[in-house]
Design a protein around this ligand. Structure first.
Ligand code: GDP
Ligand code: MG
Ligand code: ZN
Length: 302
């Protein structure tokens, strides 16, 4: 009797999952039970595989991190699971967009992955922009193959995902890392067809996922994920514990922090609150309650 196996989901098309096993890449389906429970695997999931023909995914291991989006028909879709490092890639040939970076940071904080800003194309422009956020930075050139600064942020066995707009160099980075000298790894990598969201096991022994642009997606994050991406704004005491530093009277933050960062923070908080209210009527009530408290505090003397 053959036994259960641990496998990893590399990509998904409809009800078929391409999984990496010790024998190489296989196509698997999920059991009716998982489908009934609506516990469907996502790219990056570690799963239990039963060696039937076709192989069946019978269980999903608990996730250590999760990138999600609000599904078009409502509910939540998992885009990628178990990502340890979120590479936020910018191209130095284009204008550096700090607000976009703030948005990616919120998404990374929400997921549980460690964010690293990747400044690519140093061959075109060696001088680096000054970041207004305190995040590790890797300056690289995917064209010349100078990727050591990026690879240094991932340990063998870990998983990284590339985020960034079209044209910043994500595919070039993947191809460069793939062509590096092959080393022995426990799980056999399969063919590398370029589809959307295909997890790849690199010769260096870590996993890499090329993500489609998150910029177009509605923000799927909690208020605290936004705050975590703006610690210099949110960690500071203010007159109101849940102040958004907008029009709240007596706000202590508004005049003290970088105005561009504050504007970016406000924009993301508004977007977050809007998405949450759409998602959840209870949140809409909580928002009303928040303003009620603020107005009440305003009326109090001192
Ligand atoms: N000069 C230069 N060009 C690069 C570099 N990395 C990528 N490119 C070019 O930028 C363009 C977009 O790259 P691509 O990998 O397709 O970006 P993606 O859309 O993020 O996957 C291509 O023409 C690449 O050759 C780099 O480090 N330096
Ligand atoms: Mg690409
Ligand atoms: Zn405030």
């Amino acid at each position: 009797m053959s036994s259960l196996e641990r496998a990893r989901v590399l990509s998904q098309a409809h009800e078929l999952y391409s999984v990496a096993t010790a024998q190489g890449e296989q196509l698997a389906q999920v059991t009716g039970r998982l489908r009934f429970l609506d516990e469907l695997p996502a790219v990056g999931d570690w799963v239990e595989l039963t060696p039937t023909d076709p192989p069946l995914i019978t269980a999903i291991e608990p996730r250590t991190s999760c990138f999600t989006r609000t599904a078009p028909g409502g509910g939540r879709q998992i885009l990628a699971a178990n990502i340890d490092v979120a590479f936020l890639v910018c191209g130095l040939d284009a204008d550096f967009n700090p607000n976009r970076l703030d948005r990616y940071l919120v998404q990374a904080r929400q997921s549980g992955a460690r964010p690293v800003v990747v400044l690519n194309k140093t061959d075109l422009r060696p001088e680096l922009p000054r970041l207004r956020v305190d995040v590790p930075v890797a300056a690289i050139s995917a064209l010349t193959g100078d990727l050591a600064a990026l690879a240094a942020h991932v340990r063998p066995g870990e998983t990284a995902a590339l985020f960034g707009s079209s044209g910043v160099g994500k595919s070039t980075i993947v191809n460069r890392l793939l062509s590096a000298r092959r080393q022995a790894t426990g799980i056999a990598p399969g063919r590398h067809v370029t589809t959307s969201r295909q997890l790849i096991l690199l010769p260096a022994g870590w996993w890499l996922l090329d993500m489609p642009g998150l910029r177009e997606l509605a923000l799927d994050a909690s208020a605290s994920a936004v705050d975590e991406a703006f610690t210099e704004i949110s960690a500071d005491g203010c007159r109101f514990r849940d102040c958004r530093h907008e029009d709240e009277p007596g706000c202590a933050i508004r005049d003290r922090v970088d105005p561009a960062r504050l504007a970016s923070y406000r924009k993301l908080r508004r977007e977050q609150a809007y998405a949450e209210r759409k998602d959840d009527p209870a949140a809409a009530r909580a928002e009303k309650e928040r303003w009620k408290k603020i107005h009440k505090a305003m009326r109090k003397p001192g």
